[in-house]
Design a protein around this ligand. Structure first.
Ligand SMILES: Cc1cc2nc3c(=O)[nH]c(=O)nc-3n(C[C@H](O)[C@H](O)[C@H](O)COP(=O)(O)O)c2cc1C
Length: 398
């Protein structure tokens, strides 16, 4: 097994039980289901947001399940309803652009299905839903780890087609899993991980840590390019700055940012407490402006963060889902090593800049996410939707 993709078929990875299935057929309405290739097309719909409440990752499980047993969460994959709730809660702790949390789950017979939530698209920022699928891939990785930590070997089909119409992934029970130290560490990192937009300490990331992150991406059939060369770094900084300018001049991108971040957002999204510093001209990396409070005088970002580009080996929905899983393995591995990370997504969101970045990487790798990594101070968790809101079937709380 060489871990490469052949056509639309993903080769299986023994230890995580990942299988991909080719030949996708999807039934249903376009507003509910992704197209045959897992995309929603290029139509810039604006969907009403449906937020019934928010919870914090460190809230007790009762709040996550709406204060009781959630109707619709039933025993599947050999787990109790309570365990299934915990597994879904872990999946929902994945990162997503502007904390849109664009995932939903269907508990169906022998499987858990992962679906995109079209109400949470960002048509201007992410017109091709690439980052939506990255986020869903990250949620899928959390789900895999949460199942493993409970002794279940997950068997994953990506874009399962008629097996689970409209789903981005279907997860079945592939037998029992012998829980090891690494799985325990990754599972413990799920609620501890958070995006850290604050300055990091001016301490270099040790080579051994860097290698662990590179290996984490490789285990998920992806590539982590470390941008170490000063010329390459300057070039990437220029890409980030240029894409940032393009997005700042786009009223639709600005309005999505305003709807999901800052004090006037609706329910979840990115709260001001999760913002980094207010941008200043001396910043080397153009971070997104999350409406932080005034920047204290003399406060600056670290001089030399580890900057990496997570890449897939090909383009398209399957690659995005695979890269999302790699992204989350990298982020959770970083958490286990005491590292923090934040995103610099502008150059992968603005298509012409993404193409330039792709060429700068040699033309064969597909850039999926740009991360800044270092030793950060603690930051508060971002809110999440409660589990009841994530179930595709109608739910009521007993
Ligand atoms: C694909 C993707 C792109 C993201 N891009 C950015 C970004 O450009 N800037 C940023 O500050 N955060 C970015 N984020 C981080 C999200 O804002 C963050 O995951 C979300 O607010 C939830 O917070 P948490 O990561 O602390 O759980 C991105 C996340 C994902 C999955």
């Amino acid at each position: 097994m060489d871990g490469r993709f052949v056509g639309a078929t993903v080769t299986a990875e023994e230890d995580m039980g990942t299988t991909g299935v080719a030949g996708v057929r999807v039934a249903g309405t376009r507003d509910e289901l992704p197209g045959p290739d897992g995309t929603f097309g290029r139509v810039a719909w604006r969907w009403p947001r449906r937020t019934v409440g928010v919870v914090r990752p460190d809230d007790p499980p009762g709040r996550w399940s709406g204060g009781g047993v959630v109707d619709g969460v039933k025993p599947v994959l050999g787990l109790t309803a309570q365990e299934v709730t915990e597994v879904l809660r872990a999946a929902a702790l994945a990162p997503s652009v502007h904390n849109t949390q664009p995932w939903r789950f269907r508990l169906a017979g022998d499987r858990v299905e992962l679906h995109a939530d079209p109400a949470r698209r960002l048509p201007a920022t992410d017109p091709e839903d690439r980052e939506l699928r990255l986020a869903c891939g990250a949620a899928l990785f959390n789900l895999r780890v949460a199942l493993q930590a409970r002794g279940v070997r997950p068997l994953v089909s990506l874009l399962p087609g008629s097996d689970a119409p409209g789903a981005l992934a279907a997860v079945r029970r592939g037998g029992t899993f012998q829980v090891d130290e690494q799985t325990r560490a990754l599972a413990a990192a799920v609620p501890a991980r958070r995006s850290n937009r604050k300055p990091f300490r001016d301490v270099a990331v040790p080579v051994g840590h860097r290698q662990a992150l590179v290996r984490a991406a490789e285990r998920e059939r992806s590539w982590l390019h470390v941008v170490g060369d000063p010329t390459d770094r300057a070039r990437l900084q220029e890409f980030v700055a240029r894409a940032h300018r393009i997005q700042s001049a786009d009223a639709d991108v600005r309005s999505e940012l305003a709807a999901w971040t800052g004090p006037d957002r609706d329910g979840d999204g990115v709260p001001p407490a999760s913002a980094g510093l207010r941008p200043a001209p001396q910043d080397e990396w153009a971070l997104r402006d999350f409406q932080a409070v005034e920047r204290p005088p003399g406060k600056d970002y670290e001089s030399d963060p580890l900057v990496v580009v997570l890449c897939s080996f090909y383009d398209g929905p399957l690659a995005d889902l695979q890269a999302g899983q790699a992204l989350q393995r990298v982020l959770l591995t970083a958490t286990t090593l005491g590292l923090s990370a934040s995103f610099l997504s502008q150059p992968v969101e603005v298509r012409p800049v993404r193409e330039e970045l792709r060429r700068a990487l040699g033309g064969t790798l597909v850039p999926q996410a740009v991360l800044r990594i270092g030793f950060g101070s603690p930051v508060p968790p971002a809110p999440r939707r409660p589990v009841a809101e994530l179930l595709l079937e109608p739910t009521t709380t007993r």
